[in-house]
Design a protein around this ligand. Structure first.
Ligand code: FUL
Length: 484
């Protein structure tokens, strides 16, 4: 090689090195409390099932008194795979089983009580419903969770410290014997009348102190660190304040847990809405039953929620940034009733047809601003299917808008937005405008987005959509935009 060519080559190398070296623009700093990795995994699940199945299924009750004979538990054709297959086909990602409801009957052969499946005539006391369900879930790729009622109307020592030790022993059995558990659910009904080993009386406990929850949760956490704990007030997931399937139209994942106590005025709307600037990330979970009751009652066979009603609930739960925990109670055969299965199938059909073609994926997109004009934060990032890539504005931009131009005019039914919540929840108000007859026309407005917001657009025909963010707690960071 001549000396000249060698020198030329050298310059090319130098030049290309300096061109590709770009100034790094750092991502926005996290704003306020942010989700843990386990909470984030929970957010991504969106749709989970609750299964209330126990002695109550056979006594036609919602709350067993605690004096029921274990023999009453006797499903005629138990098939956990039938539950899980129906759930999987409908798109559910996890299932939470009532391992123990308030009557104290254990759905696994607990060695700490006689009040369990081991004393039922079902398979001569050889059944283990927790095992069957956890294994079916694992086989079909659903995550498994447990409801373990702290209130136990069967135990003679309920109210004493020995009962708390008993409760912990049962948790040890569940959290060491049944594989990974993604969520532990403990409800707020605590204390009242019951059998209590024959005492047949009313017992009240000090809800704040009796269970010593910090010790119990630490114990569970040491066995299975990935578990998220649900209770009325967290620590990982909060109750949404109602059992109708409705999260707040304004729904902050943040809340200050000390402000949550039973009997507080306005507690339900506080749980529904959360608090901007709350001290902890405790998202709301929306629990609701597909039937009027939590347990199966033949008298409610005609009252199963329709696919349309389930879709409405989906919009008011997942569509408002929460997860839906939909209860489907097996009947006395030990399977989901055909009416419930048909509703789940219809629900899936609606979801598939409504969210079939995402017009945003082929749209042109621009934003009033993107962070440091850096390609890592460009608005194009909201169009890919990757939650981890996002559009972010500069730090001082507390208002910004983003515009999409579709390949041709379409009838628009739904808009889906997702904030990149690993950096915190930021957006407090926004408007959606459609280009109509040569002008931008507002079709809807809303407050929070959070993990996901789904807004109806009313079937209006348009080729351009604008999202104008009018109020934020920090610069907006959006992960996904979809238009159907
Ligand atoms: C409540 C319980 O009292 C109901 O029976 C049901 O299990 C519901 C999900 O939680 O606290």
């Amino acid at each position: 090689m001549s000396r000249f060519l060698w020198l030329l080559g050298f310059f090319v190398i130098i030049n290309s090195t300096s061109c590709s070296k770009k100034e790094t623009i750092s991502p926005p700093s996290a704003f306020g409390p942010i989700p843990t990795e386990d909470q984030m995994a929970w957010h991504h699940m969106e749709l989970n099932a609750f299964v209330h199945f126990s002695i109550n299924t056979f006594t036609d009750k919602e709350w067993g008194y605690g004096d029921e004979s274990p023999n009453l538990f006797n499903p005629s054709d138990f098939d956990a795979e039938q539950w899980i297959r129906s759930l999987k086909e409908a798109g559910f990602k996890g299932v939470i089983l009532t391992a123990k409801h308030h009557d104290g009957f254990a759905l696994w052969p607990s060695k700490f009580t006689e009040h369990s499946v081991k004393n039922s005539r079902f398979i001569d006391g050889k059944s283990d419903i927790v095992k069957a369900v956890s294994e079916a879930a694992k086989k079909h790729g659903l995550k498994f969770g447990v409801y373990v009622s702290p209130w136990d109307r069967n135990r003679a020592d309920y109210g004493q410290s020995s009962y708390v030790a008993y409760y912990r022993n049962q948790l040890k059995e569940l959290f060491t014997g049944y594989g990974p558990i993604f969520e532990m659910w403990f409800d707020g009904a605590n204390g009242g009348d019951g059998y209590y080993g024959g005492a047949n009386e009313t017992r009240t406990i000090d809800r704040q102190r009796y269970y010593d929850w910090p010790t119990t949760l630490k114990m569970v956490d040491s066995m299975q660190p990935q578990v998220v704990f649900f209770s009325d007030a967290g620590p990982d997931l909060r109750w949404v304040g109602n059992e109708r399937g409705v999260a707040g139209e304004t729904n902050w994942n943040t809340i200050t847990p000390d402000t949550l106590y039973a009997g507080k005025a306005g507690i339900e709307s506080l749980l529904q809405q959360g608090t901007p600037g709350g001290s902890k990330w405790i998202p709301a979970e929306v629990d609701v039953s597909i039937r009027p009751g939590w347990f199966y009652h033949a008298s409610q066979d005609s009252l199963v929620k329709s696919p349309e009603k389930l879709f409405e609930i989906y919009l008011s739960s997942v569509g408002r940034g929460s997860n839906l925990l939909l209860n489907i109670p097996p009947d006395q055969t030990g399977q989901f009733h055909k009416n419930d299965v048909a509703s789940l199938q219809g629900f899936r059909k609606i979801l598939d047809s409504v969210f079939q073609t995402n017009y945003a994926s082929t749209a042109k997109i621009m934003a009033t601003n993107f962070r440091g004009n850096d390609g890592d934060y460009t608005p194009q990032n909201v169009l890919d299917a990757d939650f981890e890539t996002y559009w972010a504005a500069d730090d001082d931009m507390t208002q910004a808008s983003i515009e999409l131009e579709l390949t041709s005019p379409r009838k628009l039914n739904y808009l889906i937005l997702q904030e990149y919540i690993p950096l915190g929840q930021r957006i407090a108000a926004f408007e959606v405008l459609l280009w109509q007859n040569g002008v931008w026309t507002k079709v809807t407005d809303a407050t929070t987005i959070g993990y996901k917001r789904i807004l109806p657009l009313g079937g209006v025909e348009s080729s351009k959509v604008k999202i104008s963010i009018t109020k934020t707690l920090a610069c907006p960071v959006i992960s996904t935009i979809e238009i159907y």
